[in-house]
Structure formats: C-alpha cells, structure tokens
Design a protein around this ligand. Structure first.
Ligand code: GAL
Length: 665
C-alpha cells in the first residue's frame, strides 16, 4: 500500500505533462486520398485483419496506393511509430513505398516493399514539425495489388493531439491573362467534312464584339455570316481547300488558316464540347441542354473551339425508373425511339443548338438497354441511325452497356444476327455492334462523329478507327476517384501510337468546376487542387484527347473557365499533326510529356506527381532537340527566353509547367 501511494505521489505532478498515445485509427480518416477503395480501420483494404509478412496486427489503418494523409501536429505530437508493409491479403504482385515527411523533409522512407516482406518499423521524432505527411507510393509501377498497412500506427503526444487535414490549401491562381479586346482567332487549322453534307461551323474568336468576319478561299456552297462568324451550307466536293479566316473589330484584326478537307474522315482534330453526364445524370432535360448551348457561347467556351453540346444517357424512356416521367413506351408503332417527357422535340432542340453555330450530340447503347436502363438500339440500329440524322444530331456516343449479355451469349440474338456462343466475347463480338453502327452512320446524309464507349475492351484503340469510330474510351469511367487522373492519363498515353487525325484515344471527360452528386443531384466543386486541374487539362491536351467538359455549365467560374479556355493550351490539343505525346519518366514523381507540333515546335509538359514542389529539368537529349530553343510558358502565355541544352522549371506539387519549345537559329 505504501508503495502504491508512493508511486501515485510520484506520478501525480508528472501527469499533467505525461505523454499519451494517440492511435492513427482513431483520427478522422476522411482526409485520406487513395488510389482505390476507402480507408479501413483495423483491417486491410480487403477488409481482412491487418497482416504483413505473416505478422498479424490488432489495430492500424488499411489503405491503398497511391495514398496520402496530411496531419496538423498542433505542437503536441512528439513521435510517430508504426509497422508498415504490404498486406498479406493483397494476393498479387503489388509493390509500394512508405514515406513519412515532416514539413517537406523526409523522416522515413521504407524503400520498395513487396508481398511477404517483413513489416518495417517506423519510429521518428516529430520535434519542431508542424505538418506531417504519411504517403504510400505505387513504387512507380501502377497501383495493382498495392494494399498498404500502417499497422500499430500511433503518435506519442504531449499536449494537443494531431489532426488530419486536407492537403495544404492552394490558392486558385488564374495563370492565363484575360483575352484582349482585339480579335484573336482560335480553333483547329484543319477540319474534316463529307462531300455534300450540311456544313456548320462557328469560327472561334476571342475579342470584343461586334466583330466582322471574312474568309479567303471559302469553297463554293459555303457562306459565312460576317456578323456571327458562322459558316453554313453544304460541304464542297472531295478535296482540300485552303481557307484563311479573318476577324476585325475596332481594336485590330486577326487571321488564321482553316483547311477544309472534304473526304470520308471527320474529327481531324479531337472533338471539343460538353456532355451532361457527370453533372446531371438521369436528371437531364431539354432545358439543361439548351442552357449548356447558351453558356457555351456566353462564357467564351465557343470562342476557343468548344462546339458539341452532347446529351448522354437517360433522354429516352425506360421500362422502370424512379421518375415516372422517364417511363413509357420505348418506341412508337413505326419503331421510332420516343424521347421521354423532358425532351418534347428533339428536332427543335438541335435547331436551337445549330442556330448558335454549335453542334448537337446524342447517346445510345448497341444493347437492348443503356447503362441507365433506358431504350437501346439493339435490333433497331438502322432505324435509329436514320432517326438521329433526321433529328439533326452531329455526334453519337455508342455505349456498350447491356450489349455484354448479347456478346457473351447470355441473351438470345434475333434471326439474321451473328451468334457469338456462350462465354467471354471474342474480338469479332466486340467489334460487330460498332462496325454495324459505324457503317450506318456513314450512310446518313449528315456528318455524325462516332464516339465508341466500351471502356477499352478488346484493345479498342487497335480497331476503333477501322469500324468508323472517331474516338474511343480507353478505360472505364474516370468517375469520382478523380485523384487517379495522373494514372488514367499515363495508361491512356500507352496507346499513343493508335491516336491520329480522325481517331482519338479518349480518357473520359474533363470534370472540373461543379460536378458529381450522383443521381440525386447536388453537384459539388471539383475536389482537385488548383495545380491538379492545370495538370489534368495539360495531360488531356498533350494526349490529343477529346476535350469534353462534363460539369454544370450554369456554375462556371473564372478559375474553371481559365482552365478550360486557354487558347494556346487548346492549340496543343488541336494541333493538325494529331500526335499524342510520348512519356519520359524522370523519377518516381516527375515525368515529361513531349508532343511534336505541325510547325516544328514541341509541346512539353513537365509534370510533378509528388506532394511537394520540385525542380524538373528537360534535357534536350530526352526530348530529341538540339541547339537553341525558345521556350514559352503556355498557361501564362509568356515567353521565358532562349535555352540551350536543357530547360529547368519549378513545378508545383501535383502540377505542371506546360511549355512550347521552338527551335531558333
Ligand atoms: C457509362 C459510360 C458513361 C455514361 C454512363 C451512362 O457506361 O461510360 O460515360 O455514358 O454509362 O449511363
């Protein structure tokens, strides 16, 4: 008893400053950003007990590369301890690295850890550190099977407890100068159309209106409205027409090359426009689509080249839907699709869009039903192709969806239809529905750009153009795990050899501004940091990806418009050579993307996937140039000077510097 009292007496005065243990798994883990799934408490990402190299742990946090967790140490945390490694349940060839960084300085680096490796012990002092980052990288080889455990992870705290936070906030800095009042002509310098078909093109031009447009060399059959800058008429006979566009206002004038190529190939540069999906889902209406067309013009998006206003899924009737106004007969007595209550008159809608010089897009599935459960084209392909042309559409997205059940033999096919047998689809099975619709679209008396959406199955990039496709998604939906955008882009870039004028790899939409919210509504601001948004747009431009904005057009703000509308960045995407950039990896977190441009210059993206700003060097040997290069910062629209041998820039965390390099004697 005496002894206990003595001990209590001894501990008494110390208790106020005694250290306590704060377990990582008790903190708010909503701030973790990770490449797959959601953070798990006391279990692995597979929801199994934490286990590394055969050693079980009772508590900790299971996550998945690439993962970051930022903490404000609030002055109280003295040490951080953990056992880290790849979880035994991953059951595949993962490889990861654990890093602990204090105020940007490395405190612990595990080196590459693989399945079965014994757990590594982290024990670092946090003295004097304000902000801590717990990071798991994919060790540079993609995130497959990268199940990461921070086991027994705990802080020894004396005073205030650490707090998880979002990545240190960045300001939404607008890098691109505002358009000047003098005219500046933008948009592609080459444009494909099919002989004799209706032609509609709104000349993209920034600068103060009114403006007077004119053109030299416009082929017969086309006329230009000098006030609106809209070219209409019928596409000229087969051939190449070299047109020069002009725009003038009281502040000056601008001219730009515009080659019209009348042949079989559309989309000689990647399509640019808007699609309703990631902001409106199954709530889309005629009104929303008209508003998108209005804003495309009023916001200035059309002045830099955005032109397609595209409806995605859910415009038709469905056999079952929570909204009774989207339920009804799928087709009329003639077999023509019946749009649902929210689309009273498709022809009137496309007329409205065309009157602005813009183009209209529509969506359907080759299967019996779309992904959202609405009417599909299966068995009605020819009729639907004609209907879309009659309604005045200029773009069709054809989304695999329920066709899977036909292709793998689960659902019967009608007579005269090839049967594929039971089992996973063959290459012929993947290609058939797209070839069918591709041929039908070519028979219409309209130019209809054909957008394949089947998530990359059967290596669609290898045959997409053969079946008449003008662009094809190379993977599943980018969805809301938007922080995967770097990985999605790098995967898409692997197929660069197949991307060319008339046929483009499509890594999915531009989701910035106000997006998401699911079927119930309630779009939210894009969760990506400002620097990430610059990187996202730069990646898409360098890869010559379709630039399709999929956010709420009524909520566009200046920052979002600055990301979407820099004309020099768009020129990189729309370059007539149509090359998709090559990737040169520099280290774990930095890489270059290099794209040859038609005028002999190169667009070079200096990317930093890391969590801290980094100096990135572009050696001439890596990008295949020599001598003197003039370097221009495209986002800032600013010449940086002449460089020899290499160019180095400070690249923000998870960001980009996008440069154009022009050889100079
Ligand atoms: C998905 C497609 C999305 C969207 C959605 C509509 O399959 O990839 O882009 O179109 O269907 O239900």
């Amino acid at each position: 008893m005496k002894c206990l009292i003595a001990t209590l007496l001894l501990l008494g005065p110390l208790a106020a400053s005694a250290s306590e243990t704060v377990w990582l798994d008790t903190l708010d883990l909503a701030h973790i950003r990770q490449g797959y799934g959601t953070p798990q408490i006391d279990r692995s990402i597979r929801e199994t007990p934490l286990s590394i190299g055969g050693v079980r742990f009772r508590r900790g946090v299971g996550t998945h590369a690439k993962s970051t967790l930022w903490l404000d140490l609030a002055g109280g945390a003295k040490r951080f301890e953990a056992m880290v490694g790849l979880d035994d349940a991953a059951n595949g060839p993962g490889s990861i690295e654990f890093k602990v960084l204090g105020d940007g300085r490395s405190l612990f680096h595990s080196g590459v850890m693989r399945p079965g490796n014994a757990p590594k012990h982290v024990d670092v002092s946090l003295a004097g550190i304000k902000t801590l980052l717990l990071e798991v990288t994919d060790a540079g080889d993609g995130i497959g099977y990268d199940h990461a455990d921070w086991a027994q992870a705990r802080f020894i705290v004396n005073g205030r407890s650490p707090r998880t936070i979002d990545a240190p906030g960045e300001e939404r800095v607008i890098l691109t100068p505002k358009p000047r009042p003098a005219p500046r002509l933008n948009g592609p310098t080459i444009y494909g159309c099919r002989p004799g078909h209706p032609f509609i093109y709104r000349i993209p031009a920034q600068g103060q209106r009114p403006m007077v447009f004119s053109a030299d060399g416009l082929p017969d059959g086309l006329s230009l409205d000098s006030a609106s800058g809209i070219i209409t008429g019928n596409a000229p006979p087969r051939g190449k027409y070299r047109v020069t566009l002009h725009a003038a206002n009281q502040f000056g004038q601008s001219s730009r090359l515009f080659r019209i190529v009348s042949s079989d190939t559309l989309a000689l540069t990647p399509p640019m426009g808007w699609n309703h999906w990631y902001a409106f889902y199954d709530r889309v209406t005629d009104e929303i689509v008209r508003q998108a067309a209005d804003v495309m013009v009023s916001s200035g998006m059309a002045d830099v080249g955005y032109q397609y206003v595209n409806i995605d899924d859910c415009w038709m009737n469905s056999p079952h839907n929570s909204d009774p106004l989207r339920v009804g007969p799928l087709r009329d007595a003639n077999g023509t699709l019946i749009p649902n209550h929210y689309f009273p008159d498709m022809k009137a809608l496309t007329d409205y869009i065309h009157a602005k010089g813009l183009k209209a897009g529509i969506y359907i599935s080759p299967g019996p039903l779309t992904c959202g459960g609405f009417a599909g084209s299966f068995g009605h392909e020819a009729h639907d192709a004609r209907t879309f042309a009659d309604w005045g559409f200029d773009f069709l997205k054809y989304d695999w969806c329920s066709y899977g059940r036909i292709a793998d033999g689960q659902d019967p096919a009608p007579p005269n239809y090839p049967t594929w047998g039971k089992g996973p689809p063959t290459l012929a099975g993947y290609m058939y529905p797209y070839q069918l619709m591709g041929n039908l679209l070519k028979e219409q008396d309209r130019d209809i750009v054909f957008n394949l959406c089947q998530y990359g199955m059967g290596n669609v990039w290898e045959w997409g153009a053969k079946v008449g496709g003008n662009c094809w998604r190379t993977a599943g939906d980018l969805g809301f795990e938007l922080n995967r955008f770097f990985e999605v882009a790098l995967k898409n870039a692997e197929h660069r050899a197949w991307s060319r004028p008339g046929g483009w790899n499509d890594p999915d939409y531009l989701q910035i501004g106000w997006i998401g919210g699911g079927h119930a509504g309630g779009a939210k601001p894009c969760p990506l940091e400002p620097t990430e948004q610059y990187a996202y747009m730069s990646l898409w431009a360098l890869m010559a990806a379709p630039l399709v904005y999929s956010g709420d057009m009524s909520k566009l703000d200046d920052f979002t418009l600055n990301i979407l509308c820099n004309p020099e960045v768009i020129d990189v995407d729309q370059d007539a050579l149509g090359q998709s950039a090559a990737v040169a990896r520099l280290n774990d977190s930095t890489f270059l993307m290099v794209k040859d441009l038609e005028d002999g210059s190169k667009a070079v993206g200096l990317f930093n996937q890391g969590e801290f700003a980094a100096r990135v060097t572009v050696p001439w040997s890596v990008i295949g140039v020599s001598g003197k290069q003039e370097v221009r910062d495209l986002w800032r629209e600013k010449d940086l000077g002449f460089f020899e041998g290499a160019f180095t820039a400070e690249v923000p965390r998870r960001g980009v510097v996008l440069a154009r390099m022009t050889p100079r004697p």
